[in-house]
Design a protein around this ligand. Structure first.
Ligand SMILES: [Zn+2]
Length: 305
């Protein structure tokens, strides 16, 4: 399905790539430092080895290829144009309401010139296209994944790489009614949070060894990434960070369970930042942290609630 994914992403406004790039350029250090502060970790040299985190920006074809289906190619391919189709529909409906409110205006000429049939046909056409997009369900397919899709974090020995998928960010942003910039910042903060979980140096000079990091449960990884990225975004008084937090909340509502895990920590386990940090420091010393292990650590460090 590589070709269909390619077709869909060709429909995303090419300017999104530039916007994602300039957003990363402008905010990467502030996002990194904000996330670092939320963890209360450092990213400095340890034993003369510096932990480095690089960032690259891709379109995301391979990720999208994993979710598209060939039995509804049209609905899928139209997904990139959902904004234009919805805009056309809303325009027609506003014209219709303008027409009805103008009825009875003296010297009424509107009926004579208003293209009734054409607008009805166009409206039906756009409704049909919109329905095809909804049924193709590309957004739901992406949201149901239990892996990151707008970006990714690839850990290596004492370093890591963050990737941002601008094509998928451009495809999704209008669907959850946030700007490309807000969604980019949200993804950047989330991936930096994975990177800090792994490479952030605690008060004992420790980080998460690569093998143990790989072995930890996805609920623990995504729980930590959303917990600390949300904390970092909430701690800033920058307007863009607040917008990114809204983007995070809109995504969490629709994503799979691992991404909602951090809310369970807060709401059901009464987890507080110092408790989550302490649980993480202990978890990093374990060979394989399960979801249940981490729950127990959170209870232990949250006063037994
Ligand atoms: Zn993640």
């Amino acid at each position: 399905m590589q070709n269909l994914a390619h077709t869909i992403l060709e429909g995303v406004d090419q300017d999104v790539e530039r916007r994602v790039n300039s957003c990363v350029e402008r905010f990467r250090e502030r996002v990194r430092d904000g996330v670092k502060d939320a963890y209360m970790f450092t990213l400095g040299a340890r034993k003369n080895v510096r932990h480095t985190i690089s960032i690259s920006i891709e379109r995301g074809d391979a990720v999208l290829a994993g979710v598209v289906r060939s039995d509804d190619s049209l609905g899928m391919a139209l997904s990139a144009y959902r904004d234009s189709i919805a805009g056309g529909l809303s325009c027609i409906r506003r014209l219709q309401s303008a027409k009805s409110s103008l009825q009875g205006v003296p010297g009424d000429e509107l009926d004579a010139i208003y293209p009734d049939e054409e607008s009805d046909t166009l409206e039906q056409f756009l409704v049909m296209l919109d329905g095809r997009i909804e049924r193709a369900g590309i957004v739901q397919r992406l949201m149901s994944l239990t892996t990151d899709f707008l970006g990714a974090y690839s850990p290596a020995q004492r370093s890591g790489q963050i990737v941002l998928n601008w094509g998928l960010i451009g495809l999704l942003a209008p669907r959850i009614d946030v700007s490309v910039e807000a969604l980019t910042l949200k993804v950047l903060a989330h991936e930096y949070a994975h990177a800090l979980s792994h490479l952030g140096v605690d008060a004992n000079g420790e980080h998460w060894e690569l093998e143990a990091f790989w072995q930890a449960d996805v609920y623990v990884h995504e729980g930590l990434a959303n917990y600390f990225s949300a904390a970092a975004l909430a701690a800033s008084d920058d307007w863009w960070f607040r917008e990114a937090l809204i983007a995070l909340e809109r995504m969490v509502e629709r994503q799979s369970e691992p991404y909602r895990e951090f809310n369970r920590w807060k709401n059901d386990l009464g987890a507080r930042p110092e408790g989550v940090r302490a649980a993480l420091r202990t978890a990093r010393t374990m060979a394989r942290v399960s979801n249940r292990d981490f729950d127990q650590l959170l209870r232990d460090y949250s006063g037994g609630r």
